[in-house]
Design a protein around this ligand. Structure first.
Ligand code: TYD
Length: 206
C-alpha cells in the first residue's frame, strides 16, 4: 500500500474534527489526495449502523451488540473505502478507528480489551493506522463542550475517565505510532504540532 492512514482519537469535545479539517486542508495545499472519513460510518451501511449506535431510540442496546455493531461498521468501511483509497495512494484521515472500540467498549464497558481488539482486527483484516493522533482532554471539560449529547456522550463522567485513561495507556505503549496532544492548547498551536509530526512521517514513508 502506498497511501498513509492517519486516525484521530480522543474523548468527547476534544476538537478532533477541527484538527482533522486543518490537517486535511494543509495536506491538500501540498498537493496530496486526501480522503476524510469517520467511524462509525463512512459507507451507507456504516451510516445506518451509526444511527442505531448513537441515536437515542435504542437506549437499551446490549453492550455486546454495541461492540459487534462498531466492528461491523469498521469492517465495511475498511473494505469499501479505506483499503481501496490507500491502494490508490491517498492520505486517509479518519475520525476514530479501532482504538475507540478498545477504549469505549473494551475498557469503558469492561468487555475485555483483547476480545474487542481481536474482533476489530478480524473485521479489518488487521489494518492498523500509520499514525494515531490522540486528542487528550479532561472529560469534565470535553463533555461541557458537547451541545446535544448522544447515547454514549450521556454516560457518566467515570465512564469517560476510563476511556481517557485507556487512550493514554494505548499511546504510551507505542510512541512511534501515536502522538498525544494536549487538547486544551490553542487550535493553531495544536495544528502546528500535528503538521510537524505528519511531515516527518511523510518524509520517512515516501
Ligand atoms: P461522534 O459523533 O463521532 O463523536 P465524536 O465527535 O466525539 O467523535 O460519535 C462517536 C461516538 O461513538 C463517540 O461517543 C465514541 C463512540 N465510539 C465507540 O464507542 N466505539 C467505537 O469503536 C467508535 C468508532 C466510536
Amino acid at each position: 500500500m502506498t497511501g498513509l492512514f492517519i486516525v484521530f482519537e480522543g474523548g468527547e469535545g476534544a476538537g478532533k474534527s477541527t484538527q482533522e479539517s486543518l490537517l486535511g486542508a494543509w495536506l491538500e495545499r501540498k498537493g496530496e489526495c486526501v480522503v476524510r472519513t469517520r467511524e462509525p460510518g463512512g459507507t451507507p451501511a456504516g451510516e445506518a449502523i451509526r444511527t442505531v449506535l448513537l441515536g437515542k431510540d435504542f437506549e437499551g442496546l446490549s453492550d455486546k451488540a454495541e461492540a459487534l455493531l462498531f466492528a461491523a461498521s469498521r469492517g465495511d468501511h475498511v473494505d469499501q473505502v479505506i483499503r481501496p483509497q490507500l491502494e490508490q495512494g491517498a492520505i486517509v484521515l479518519c475520525d476514530r478507528y479501532l482504538d475507540s472500540s478498545v477504549a469505549y467498549q473494551g475498557y469503558g464497558r469492561e468487555l475485555g480489551v483483547e476480545r474487542v481488539r481481536d474482533l476489530s482486527l478480524w473485521a479489518t483484516g488487521g489494518l492498523l493506522p500509520d499514525l494515531t493522533i490522540v486528542m487528550d482532554i479532561d472529560p469534565s471539560i470535553g463533555l461541557s463542550r458537547v451541545q446535544a449529547p448522544d447515547r454514549l456522550e450521556s454516560e457518566p463522567v467515570e465512564y469517560h475517565r476510563r476511556v481517557r485513561q485507556a487512550f493514554l495507556d494505548i499511546a504510551s505503549k507505542d510512541p512511534e505510532k501515536y502522538l498525544v496532544i494536549d487538547a486544551s492548547e490553542a487550535a493553531d498551536v495544536i495544528a502546528a504540532q500535528i503538521a510537524e509530526r505528519v511531515s516527518e512521517l511523510m518524509g520517512r514513508s515516501r
